[in-house]
Write a protein that binds this ligand. Sequence first.
Ligand SMILES: NC(=O)c1ccc[n+]([C@@H]2O[C@H](COP(=O)([O-])OP(=O)(O)OC[C@H]3O[C@@H](n4cnc5c(N)ncnc54)[C@H](OP(=O)(O)O)[C@@H]3O)[C@@H](O)[C@H]2O)c1
Length: 359
Amino acid sequence: MKAAVLNAFGEPLAIQTLPDPTPGAGSVVVDVAAAGVTSYAANVFNGSRSYRLELPAAPGPGCIGRVREAGPDATQLKAGDWVFCEPTIRSRDEPSDTILQGWTYRTDAALPLHRLYHHGAYAEQMLAATENITRLGDIDPADAGRWCALSRLLVPYGGLLAGDLRAGETVLVSGATGGFGGAGVAVALAMGAAKVVASGRNERTLDDLVRRLGPRVRAVAMTGVEADDRRRILEAAAGRIDLVLDFLPREASAAQVQAAILAVGQGGRIVLMGGVRSDLALNYNVLMHREITLRGAWMYPRDAIPRMVRMVRAGLIDLAHFELTEFPMDQANAAVAHAAANAGPRQLTVLRPDRGATG
Ligand SMILES: NC(=O)c1ccc[n+]([C@@H]2O[C@H](COP(=O)([O-])OP(=O)(O)OC[C@H]3O[C@@H](n4cnc5c(N)ncnc54)[C@H](OP(=O)(O)O)[C@@H]3O)[C@@H](O)[C@H]2O)c1
């Protein structure tokens, strides 16, 4: 099979021939149709993110594809089924040992998993763990790229499930102008939030969120002054905030985080999902008297995947909101550069290994 291979950090991806994978017990081989390219893929590939990834490898976390051959223990999957391949693989003897297939292994203990499921989705075929496969039902092959949005939507869905969002509640999404935050606004609406306060600094992107997602979204521009920003958030909410979903990135300051999370109301929940590195100064008395629950969340539970597929099928989430740009496999490096230059809540950059693997 042809694959876009990273041979060394800092080198471009090279189209090379790799051996075809073969399924065993517990695995499935998928013909990859479409694979998402994240905005920070360039930083993973140039080594600046210091991801644990043994090279050479065909990277690519997750895909949309069709079952080519299922292992002998699969009871339902059939050749030709359209599927979503989830990249998080958990060790069967210790579920906290995880890898993101084709992306990184999180601890040394997870290295055997990384070596077994070594290559990711930037390849014509991919070996996937059977339990990581979710059937989509019939889709138009032309829509395979758009279905890659599942990966974007599932991450905030995991946070909103962790925060126990209920219909009729008010949610604040902090970092709503980013890729995962913007998706979080759409998912919170789909789950029945009465209001979603969307905060960020980029006013154009905030306006676009309101225009696309409707009047339940209340956009609020952040200034960087903690007390002012908290006041603006509360004014936009015009009532109590039940749940805060924070997606601020590594570069954001503690004051930016605090402005948002401390706007939560009595009995509220705060879910931290971003990449912030600084320590927070939390007001003990406020947390105690308001009976606030603060938790982190990483990714999403497995049963979130078929639920999200059903939400899309039911029209609660409209994949047409994503602005899709697709690249054939032999333009993998152009795809990575495009994704880096076009980060944002609407943008979806997708590699199509089913097209143009000519190198
Ligand atoms: N927990 C998980 O399972 C999980 C999964 C995936 C990703 N993540 C993390 O989620 C975070 C967000 O990812 P993303 O892909 O959505 O990022 P992104 O698209 O780059 O968005 C980040 C947003 O943060 C805002 N921002 C606020 N303060 C900033 C500052 N000081 N510098 C730069 N940007 C700032 C920017 O919007 P404005 O300019 O409008 O403020 C930007 O749109 C990352 O840290 C990522 O590692 C977590």
